[in-house]
Design a protein around this ligand. Structure first.
Ligand SMILES: Cc1cc2nc3c(=O)[nH]c(=O)nc-3n(C[C@H](O)[C@H](O)[C@H](O)COP(=O)(O)OP(=O)(O)OC[C@H]3O[C@@H](n4cnc5c(N)ncnc54)[C@H](O)[C@@H]3O)c2cc1C
Length: 436
């Protein structure tokens, strides 16, 4: 941070979990903060799958950035897409051509999906990173039923087969929510159609679901999904994706018009544009205080950053890491302004949780204190409770709670709207999603 007579300007790129928490943490620091994001809202990504499966409205999982900072006088917001950083001029360059000067920079643009070089993933598959993508997926799923309702042969050709690739938390949550939509909600919408022909196939390359979880949680997730009708295929790697089928390694052909890609992410391409060394998963290598070796006035945090535990294990790309890193960077900046060095970042792992579907979840909490595990209904409740706490915006919490209660008691999903025009898939992807 430069020592100027005016208050130093901290520019934060990205209003995700990391960026928002960095800006909030600077509330009492003698700095002016500018938050830049390509959207005028924060997206609560952990609940996107519920938008895609008609459980929540898009507006329930997003919150306007200007509203977040309504009461924080030292923060301003600029909507724009950052393309690169001019280190010499100390400017952030937007797609519009504007340059924005900074004294201190916090880069938190997140991650993008990784296709691992598999042909067709981004041409024909769906990903879940933005509201647009969640709405596109929901619209596409419902459109398959609209088509099959007047053309039953569509189901014969895989029109009602929904393939999810990736058995991590996102794939498992998506599979559980989708199978419930097909089983419990859509049959009464389509009396003219045999909806029982619809199926969900979950493809996982490894031999277990929820790999980072304990043995009991993994087995529980698999058991629940199978019992609810999901065709769980372990050891199944995707080799090619086409508009109306998927080819598995080994040659098997699965007819489907819907492939949902939940198989892994890599650091945002803005990391490459910074021109500093990248590590595993195209994440930016950072020092222990999360600043850059070549540019100590800049920090990279959240999904973009490759930070490690003291035992050198890379930290996972999850919301808690991003939140804690955002808060940490704010403390480092404040310390530097006082002429002190910033402390190294230490992740306090609160544990992990995933929902498998109605009344079924797994929560593995407080690993450092010996671990506390909930499965089943308690795991599901713990998940709902914690997501409500972290969902930004009072109205969003009220809406989400009301929708969950309503859905739980009525088996209804009110957001069954087709809002998106049919367009080539690639055009709908999060900007920055790219091939390896
Ligand atoms: C479907 C899904 C489900 C998930 N579920 C969970 C879960 O249950 N639990 C969990 O802990 N984690 C979950 N995660 C991971 C979690 O959401 C991420 O780890 C977290 O969002 C990372 O925060 P971040 O601030 O680094 O990035 P993000 O939250 O992705 O925020 C990045 C921000 O940068 C903005 N941006 C990107 N590029 C630019 C640009 N060029 N110019 C300007 N702005 C830009 C974006 O619009 C976005 O607002 C999930 C992720 C996904 C996709």
């Amino acid at each position: 941070v430069t020592d100027t007579a005016a208050r130093p300007r901290v520019v934060v790129i990205g209003a995700g979990f990391a960026g928002l928490n960095a800006a909030k943490g600077l509330r009492n620091a003698p700095v002016d903060v500018l938050v830049i994001d390509q959207h005028n809202y924060h997206t609560f990504q952990p609940l996107l799958y519920q938008v895609a499966t008609a459980g929540l409205d898009a507006g329930d999982v997003a919150h306007q950035v200007r509203d977040v900072f309504r009461r924080q006088r030292n923060v301003r917001f600029r909507m724009g897409r950052v393309e690169r950083v001019d280190w010499e001029a100390r400017e952030v360059l937007l797609a519009s051509g504007d340059g924005i000067g900074f004294d201190c920079l916090v880069v938190a643009a997140g991650a993008v999906y990784h296709d691992f070089g598999i042909p067709g993933v981004f041409d024909h598959g769906f990903v879940l990173k933005s509201l647009h993508e969640a709405i596109a997926l929901r619209s596409h799923v419902l459109r398959q039923f609209e088509r099959a309702a007047h053309d039953p042969a569509h189901a014969d050709h895989g029109g009602l087969t929904f393939a999810i690739v990736g058995g991590g938390p996102t794939g498992v949550e998506m599979a559980g929510a989708l199978v419930e939509l097909l089983d419990r909600v859509l049959p009464s919408d389509y009396p003219e159609l045999d909806v029982s022909r619809a199926r969900v196939v979950l493809l996982e390359m490894a031999e277990a679901l929820l790999l980072p979880y304990g043995e009991r949680s993994r087995a529980y997730a698999e058991r629940v999904l199978r019992r609810r009708g999901v065709d769980v295929r372990l050891g199944a790697a995707v080799a090619e994706v086409h508009a109306d089928h998927v080819v598995l390694a080994g040659g098997e052909r699965l007819a489907t018009h819907t492939l949902i890609w939940a198989a892994g992410v890599r650091g945002h391409p803005l990391g490459e544009a910074l021109g500093t060394p990248l590590g595993r998963g195209a994440r930016v290598q950072v020092r222990s205080d999360l600043s850059l070796e070549d540019h100590p006035e800049a920090f990279v945090i959240g999904d973009m950053a490759l930070a490690s535990d003291p035992d050198r294990t890379p930290l996972p790309q999850v919301a808690q890491v991003a939140i804690q890193q955002g808060r940490h960077v704010a403390r480092v900046i404040a310390a530097r302004l006082r002429g002190e060095a910033g402390a190294p970042f230490r992740y306090q792992d609160p544990g992990q949780m995933a929902i498998i579907g109605r009344s079924a979840g797994v929560a593995e909490l407080a690993p450092r204190l010996g671990g506390l595990r909930f499965g089943g209904f308690l795991g599901w409740l713990a998940w709902l409770f914690l997501h409500l706490i972290y969902l930004p915006g009072h109205q969003n919490r009220v809406n989400a709670f009301a929708s969950w209660a309503y859905n739980f008691f009525t088996y209804d999903r009110h957001a069954r709207l087709i809002l998106d025009e049919e367009r080539p898939r690639r055009a709908r992807m999060t900007r920055g999603t790219m091939r390896s």
